[in-house]
Design a binder for this molecule. Structure first.
Ligand code: ADP
Ligand code: MG
Length: 326
């Protein structure tokens, strides 16, 4: 099977953990131990988040004093988010590759592809930042940093984190090189951090970066559609999709459909479960194939259909399953 596996950013750096290379490597080692057996049995395309990492890079450049006086002036950042996104694809891809090779050796070969993804520079998301990046803060610290930098902060599971614009991914630029590598039997790591957001004026060859962070689940869903994947799996730090998550009566959904999820959409907040559910529904509705959201540590059970929340096409009016193929 051709499977797109989207690895949650929080599987690489959990909330509240120090954002060091060592912590990240240790988490990646755990993730790789779960993923390695899958790589032996299936054609795997691995994507990953970059929220904590890209936020750290933004903080590091804000601390750069060689160009004193920029902070709070409204000057553009030294390196916009497309460039920082490319840095995180390299950094995280490198760490995953290294740890994977330690476990699986040379077979299958592993390659990381810097992946540019088109977005609309007029996407309404630019007026409503939702994508959490960087570390979590207490409310007072978040307000202070927000005032001095102009950054927007929102509450994320009891902590305050910076949010940035997250436009919808429209097309994956490197789809052909990704296909070529897959055809040769490689495990491909790509669309890391949701891909590098870019745009070209119509009819022009010029590629411009866009200062935003694409949601990695939406980018992975698009990739899964463009690669004609048999299955799209999003692994994270919870066993699946819950109704009333975090409340006493929380219920885990075992099997569901885009229609049912749509009815309960208020249960899936933007910036966390919301984009996963949206990405799953779009994949399922457009391909008729299955998407699963579940825990990284249960990926083996997920592939056996015994864990995670399975999202399957709504039966159509005639009672048959939904469309096959795009
Ligand atoms: P990732 O880095 O894997 O993308 P996110 O933080 O974006 O992780 O999304 C996973 C988180 O979504 C969970 O840790 C959980 O706190 C949160 N969440 C919010 N609503 C739900 C829900 N309805 N069901 C399950 N998890 C939910
Ligand atoms: Mg997420």
């Amino acid at each position: 099977m051709r499977i797109v596996v989207a690895l949650g950013g929080n599987a690489l750096l959990q909330r509240g953990q120090p954002l060091t290379a060592e912590v990240q490597r240790r988490n990646i080692r755990t993730a790789v131990a779960a993923l390695a057996p899958v790589a032996g049995d299936h054609q795997v395309i691995l994507t990953h988040g970059n929220g904590p990492q890209i936020g750290l890079l933004a903080l590091e450049q804000a601390a750069y004093t060689g160009d004193a006086g920029r902070e709070g002036t409204g000057e553009p950042p030294l390196y916009p988010f497309d460039v920082l996104g490319a840095e995180t694809e390299g950094m995280i891809g490198y760490l995953i590759e290294q740890e994977l090779r330690t476990v699986i050796g040379d077979s299958p070969p592993v390659a990381t592809i810097l992946t540019m993804i088109d977005v609309d520079p007029l996407d309404p998301a630019f007026g409503n930042p939702t994508k959490f990046i960087g570390p979590g803060y207490g409310e007072e610290d978040a307000m202070r940093i927000g005032q001095s930098t102009g950054w927007t902060f929102r509450s994320d599971s009891g902590m305050w984190r910076r949010v940035v614009a997250s436009p919808k991914p429209l097309a994956v630029r490197e789809i052909r090189p990704i296909e070529w590598l897959l055809d040769k039997g490689a495990l491909v790591i790509c669309a890391g951090g949701g891909g590098i957001p870019v745009t070209s004026p119509s009819g022009s060859r010029t590629i411009s970066g866009v200062d935003a962070v694409i949601d990695k689940d939406l980018a992975s869903g698009l990739l899964a559609r463009e690669l004609n994947a048999d299955l799209f799996v999003m692994v994270t730090d919870v066993p699946g999709v819950y109704l009333d998550y975090g409340k006493p009566g929380a219920r885990l959904l075992a099997t569901t459909t885009p229609g049912e999820l749509q009815k309960h959409r208020s249960h899936f907040p933007p910036g966390s479960m919301g984009p996963k559910v949206e990405a799953a529904c779009e994949f399922v509705e457009r391909t008729g194939r299955e998407a699963v959201i579940g825990a990284l540590g249960e990926i083996d059970l997920i592939l056996e259909g015994r864990a995670g929340t399975k999202i399957r096409a709504d039966p159509d009016v005639s009672g048959r399953a939904g469309p096959e193929g795009v």
